[in-house]
Design a protein around this ligand. Sequence first.
Ligand SMILES: Cc1ncc(C[n+]2csc(CCOP(=O)(O)OP(=O)(O)O)c2C)c(N)n1
Length: 546
Amino acid sequence: MKTKNLLLGDEALALGALHAGLSGAYAYPGTPSTEILEFVQSHPITKERNIHSHWSSNEKTAMEEALGMSFAGKRSMVSMKHVGLNVAADPFVNSAMTGANGGILVISADDPSMHSSQNEQDSRYYAAFAFIPCLEPSNQQEAYDMARYGFVLSEKYGIPVMVRLVTRLSHSRAVVEVDSEYLPQNNIHFPKFGPQWVLMPANSKRRYVELLKDYDKLQQVSETSPFNSYRDGNDKSIGIIVSGIAANYLDELFPNGCPFPVVKVSQYPLPVEMISSLVADTDSLLIIEEGQPFIEQRIRGELDKNGIVYGKLSGQLPRTGELTPDAVREALLTLRPELSELRLPEPKAASQIVMPRPPALCQGCSHRDVYSALNDALKEYKEPKVFGDIGCYTLGYLSPFNAIDTCLDMGASVTMAKGAADAGVFPSIGIIGDSTFTHSGMTGLLDAINENTNMVLIISDNLTTGMTGGQDSQGTGKLEDICMGLGASPEHVRTIDALPKLHEDIKQLFLDEINYPGLSVVIVRRECIQTARRHAAAKAKQAKKD
Ligand SMILES: Cc1ncc(C[n+]2csc(CCOP(=O)(O)OP(=O)(O)O)c2C)c(N)n1
């Protein structure tokens, strides 16, 4: 029996995993993947089945924890945003070498258009690079179905399976038919072949040969995957290859069926034989994919200059930003202007429909107090440099604060401030949030401690992971101990409340520590205004009940 649920793409995938015998979900928050673990955490099955579902300190620890559960024979998943996969890249790439025991899904949610990210990287390259199969749902139903399919694939071939999501799918809702019968969880059982889990050169050399052979087999699996298909069409002048969510856009343009033959790809490695048939049957190819031109580059090769492969590299589709049904329409019209049924009245520019609103720190946000005191303190120096990091406090770059000079990736405030201090920059200041500090700042701080680098690290501690909606922060209540435990001098690990009335005190504390010729950490602390409001409302509700 099936029932119908209205679900986000993230939720559909999470529910699919819960229904398919999941035992552990691991994640570090990041848009657009955050809702996956949040859904698992709040679902009744999680409690019923004692499914592990905590936030991890970062994507690398999450990936390794999920792999540990797989080693123990149980089904696990790990979810992250695309740049999180950079952090998890070491265990991710090596997990192809160890292989999987219990099924493991590695979910990477890409963010084309950079709605809330620093780049547009496409996770499919990582999957191919590691020789890991990749599933790319084209709608919410497929996201649900792929969880079960992915676990089976992972266990059958003894390999982690990537599920690549994109913002538009993660964050839009559709009706999904879900199973009413759930698979049981696996019991603990250990890998039949142990040596490949110990990646010493002798073992790795043997395993790599197997991995390459398995990848060839996985290509054969892609040829008959329920998620890949060849749909014939009468007009053979163009063959279309469409992947993931782009398949939806094509269907939307041709509600009565596409006149061209279409290969739809939602499972990788690419179904090369299916694509070869398309190439043989048609005069030219149009490749429509969300993200970077991953399929197009593989099909085109570096030397194809004869103009029969069209897509992002040849300019029919935009190279940057999110794909849209309108972009697909335009591409088809460029190639086939006579397709008049695709023509639409001039659409209104998005800027005419929605007034753009620049982002800003919330009124009452504690980061405001940090930046206004810091800016005042730094007025006394000729060329101060402030190395920022990723979180709500990155908005300190914008007016009215204009307070930071760099923002690279999570944790880079600490290490870039150190490198600049090593170069002679004074004062060299790093500013980082509490969650980002425990994600990737601690190891960099150890470098600075070991050399007693002349810099100040400000931890702007709002007691939560604010940027992604207020998830638990792993260092809450422990930041001073962590810094001192790493070896920072207790006299130069200073804490102060982030309150407007303490403006002068915060400024003086910054000045004192800047003028100390060595490493200081200043923790400025006040709860995020958004979570504080939520906590106050929950408390009031509870008080009413009592
Ligand atoms: C590698 C990576 N993982 C996750 C994210 C998503 N993300 C951006 S900022 C942030 C955490 C911010 O929390 P915190 O440092 O406490 O600062 P706050 O937003 O609370 O001010 C996260 C999870 C990211 N940009 N990069």
